[in-house]
Design a protein around this ligand. Structure first.
Ligand SMILES: NC(=O)c1ccc[n+]([C@@H]2O[C@H](COP(=O)([O-])OP(=O)(O)OC[C@H]3O[C@@H](n4cnc5c(N)ncnc54)[C@H](OP(=O)(O)O)[C@@H]3O)[C@@H](O)[C@H]2O)c1
Length: 327
């Protein structure tokens, strides 16, 4: 089966290359990719700042949606013709991609492949970091930074569906309003004054049970100050900097937990375990339309550099997606 995929000759030169699609391994499926989701990590990989793990495909792209066209001999739940979205171990910016069967979700008729491609990375990241590492429970307050992001927009909806009180941040008044509409009860503008003051004035000082931090840097002390006793802070990104100066006394006075993770380094079994939980506890709400992927713009695969520039500029709301059907 012929396949085309993106190869970055240099960080500023993307070419569409053709070869033969690899056969799936025993527990894998081959997916004819309609759409692939774009993630911040893809931009870093293109620039050489985030090399893929050694066992990963060198082709960029961490999530796809399309149709299963071949199944490995030990696959038991998916068949040729099934519509799925999936987390890939690289290889998503392509007409055909390999995914483990247990890293796929079956798409219902009411979800398009562009919507499907916007889901796997966000669902897994939020599930693992907010629900598992952060141990969020119904009735607790969670601060999800970056409510307008691919991750944050799904995170707000997942946490609200769980029964948590969700608060968030965004970068303009209009974006704060749009994030509120997703289910956040209060949204602070991180480009306007102190976040700690804004949340404290709104009654959230020292009372946030779980915080998902996508930006790091100077946000960390604000996180520590806003956290409730026994609060859990989970850091997954460093857009504001890898270094933070924090007052460690805040940590021990409030018995806080500060943790983090990166999905790319989570092992296969752990990801499969999260997918099982998501299938049972989150996917029914996606199928029912209560959790909605937000697709901002769809780019042809060959325009991947333009799509990456859009993400770098940060003017999108939700996800950016590639149409992989034509090279
Ligand atoms: N560790 C993991 O496993 C994992 C997995 C997926 C993603 N991530 C990380 O999660 C973050 C979001 O990823 P994504 O793919 O959803 O990206 P994205 O859609 O491009 O979102 C970026 C978000 O950051 C906000 N932002 C930009 N500059 C900011 C600043 N200086 N302070 C605070 N917020 C700022 C933007 O919102 P406004 O413009 O409204 O401010 C936007 O919501 C990235 O840092 C990414 O690396 C980590």
């Amino acid at each position: 089966m012929d396949r085309h995929f993106i190869h970055f000759e240099t960080p500023e030169l993307a070419t569409v290359v053709s070869d033969t699609a690899p056969p799936p391994g025993p527990e894998e499926v081959l997916i004819a990719v309609d759409h692939a989701g774009i993630n911040r990590a893809d931009l870093l990989q293109r620039l050489g700042l985030y090399p893929p793990p050694e066992d990963a495909s060198p082709i960029p792209g961490l999530e796809v949606a399309g149709q299963v066209v071949a199944v490995g001999e030990r696959c038991s739940s998916l068949q040729v013709g099934d519509r799925v979205c999936a987390l890939t171990h690289g290889g998503g910016y392509a007409s055909h991609a390999i995914a483990r069967e247990d890293h796929c979700l079956t798409l219902p008729d009411n979800l398009s492949t562009e919507q499907g491609a916007a889901l796997p990375e966000a669902l897994l990241t939020v599930w693992y970091n907010v629900m598992e590492r952060g141990q969020l429970s119904a009735g607790e307050t969670v601060l999800i930074h970056g409510g307008s992001s691919g991750i944050g927009s799904i995170g707000i909806q997942m946490a609200a569906a769980l029964g948590a009180n969700v608060i968030s941040t965004a970068g303009s008044a209009a974006r704060c309003d749009a994030v509120k509409a997703l289910g956040a009860s209060f949204v602070a503008n991180h480009r306007e004054g102190s976040l700690t003051e804004q949340f404290t004035d709104a009654g959230y000082g020292g009372s946030v049970d779980v915080i998902l931090d996508i930006a790091g840097g100077d946000l960390m002390q604000a996180n520590l100050d806003l956290a409730a006793p026994d609060g859990r802070i989970v850091c997954i990104g460093v857009m504001r900097g890898m270094q933070s100066e924090i007052n460690l006394a805040t940590l021990f006075m409030k018995r806080l937990t500060l943790t983090g993770s990166t999905l790319r380094r989570l092992d296969t079994g752990e990801r499969a375990r999260c997918f099982t939980a998501i299938r049972e506890r989150v996917w029914p709400q996606v199928v029912a339309g209560d959790i909605r992927p937000l697709v901002d713009t769809i780019y042809p695969l060959a325009d991947v550099l333009e799509a990456h520039e859009h993400m770098r500029l940060g003017t999108h709301f939700g996800k950016l997606v590639l149409d992989c059907r034509t090279g």
